[in-house]
Design a binder for this molecule. Structure first.
Ligand SMILES: *Cc1c(COP(=O)(O)O)cnc(C)c1O
Length: 428
């Protein structure tokens, strides 16, 4: 396939946009080459500026769980736009989507809408800090909670040492309030808590990690976190920006039957428009302004177009009782197919999967946390990525990402994908 027009457009973009992109991972830095410019998309397919048709496994990094340009969402947005695109005043549709979200997700009474997953997570930790009166937060190495300062902390050596900023511009003062723990390692979490007793506001976690490949929580890990939080008066925040409305109607809370104190949303909840949200029980949410003292605001929060898209999306997810099963079955089908052809071709691999999230790791070892995920062979991944692209299949341009399965994918698409994996890896 030819990607020459995309390359030309990228060169033009680089002159006026840093790195040519408005979000770094789009830039293909991890795999080399130049990004593909999308012209349009429908259902399971992307159509790029060179006229190539690609099967899409990124789906805007998660939101398009029903496929691109899903008709009820498109219709809702168009009809709303005709009536004005922003007022900075309350609208009825905000209550409608809030009622629906609260009815679908366990253990939440109230929800507030923001404009991105980043904003949701950043507001959630402020709420946790204001509610508990404590400053410190625990996050897990390899988990991503958006790009606000408190979260841009890399794994340091030793779980109880202060995090070090991994981005210039994050102050030491901010970094020292972010404590790092190891995913799937409850003993490590305990030692971090013990070293900082009485100072911790919250533990924030991706209940299924999706930003170091897909990493499921070990049996009982989430419940053990819940128990620790109850024992020490710490709030448990589930960052369900990726898993919310994807793993089940009620997200990971429902799938694993573990309650969080605060839940963050993004991606699917906006149906492809910029939406995030955070939610909790009433006693916690009532700490927010204008009811309580914790300030949080947004000129475009609850924007009518965004709410219309999100409502149309959530209504479908709420009414289609077979959807999450269908998605899980397709993902399982891919998993089996990939495992078979990779074994046939003698490629060392580990495949992780939960619901409609799946990732291939080029390592024989189990992938259970950031360290084990980082052991995957990146050179193999690069070859794999570009090989798949030549076969017309678009996967994330980084080994640390999850593939997102959509309802628009047909079994014919899945078979074509498995065949491509076989062909591409036969040359390794
Ligand atoms: C994508 C993501 C975010 C950030 O959301 P944005 O909308 O990109 O700001 C936060 N947490 C998780 C788990 C995510 O996957």
């Amino acid at each position: 396939m030819n990607y020459s027009r995309s390359s030309a457009l990228f060169a033009q973009a680089e002159k006026v946009i840093p790195g040519g992109v408005n979000s770094p991972v789009r830039a293909f830095k991890a795999v080399g080459g130049t990004p593909i410019f999308v012209k349009e998309a429908k259902g399971a397919y992307l159509y790029d500026e060179d006229g190539n048709k690609l099967i899409d496994y990124i789906n805007s990094w998660g939101p398009m769980i029903l496929g691109h340009a899903y008709e009820p969402v498109v219709h809702a947005v168009i009809e709303k736009a005709k009536k004005g695109t922003s007022f900075g005043m309350p609208t009825e549709i905000e209550t409608q989507i809030a009622e629906l979200a609260v009815s679908m997700v366990p253990n939440i009474d109230k929800i507030r809408f923001v404009n991105s997953g980043t904003e949701a997570c950043m507001s959630a930790i402020r709420l946790a800090r204001g509610f508990t009166g404590n400053d410190k937060i625990i996050k897990f190495a390899g988990c991503y909670h958006g790009h606000s300062d408190s979260f841009l902390i890399q794994a340091g050596s030793g779980a109880v040492t202060f995090g070090a900023p991994n981005s210039p511009g994050v102050t030491q003062g901010t970094a020292k309030d972010t404590l790092l723990a190891k995913y799937n390692n409850i003993e490590n979490v305990k030692s971090v808590i013990h070293a900082n007793k009485g100072e911790i506001a919250c533990i924030i976690i991706e209940p299924v990690a999706g930003n170091m490949g897909c990493i499921p929580p070990k049996n009982g890990f989430l419940q053990s976190l819940r128990d620790l939080c109850d024992t020490y008066g710490i709030l448990l925040i589930f960052d369900e920006v990726m898993t919310g409305f994807r793993l089940a109607k009620g997200g990971a809370q429902e799938l694993y039957n573990v309650n969080a104190d605060i839940v963050c949303f993004g991606k699917v909840i906006g149906g492809g428009l910029p939406v995030g949200a955070f939610a909790a029980r009433e006693e916690i949410m009532n700490y927010l302004a204008p009811l309580g003292p914790i300030y949080q605001a947004g000129t475009l929060s609850g924007n009518p177009l965004a709410m219309a898209a999100g409502l149309a999306m959530l209504e479908t997810l709420n009414n289609d009782t077979e959807l999450f099963n269908r998605l899980a079955k397709k993902t399982e089908y891919l998993h089996k197919g990939f495992a078979e052809v990779l074994s046939e071709n003698n490629i060392s691999h580990t495949i992780n999967r939960v619901g409609s999230m799946i990732s291939i790791h080029f390592t024989e070892d189990q992938v259970i946390d950031f360290e084990t995920s980082a052991k995957g062979n990146n050179e193999t991944f690069k070859k794999f990525f570009h090989g798949m692209l030549q076969e017309g299949i678009y996967i994330a341009p980084s080994a640390f990402e999850t593939w997102f399965i959509t309802d628009a994918l047909t079994y014919k698409d899945l078979d074509a994908t498995i065949a491509a994996v076989k062909k591409v890896t036969s040359k390794f």
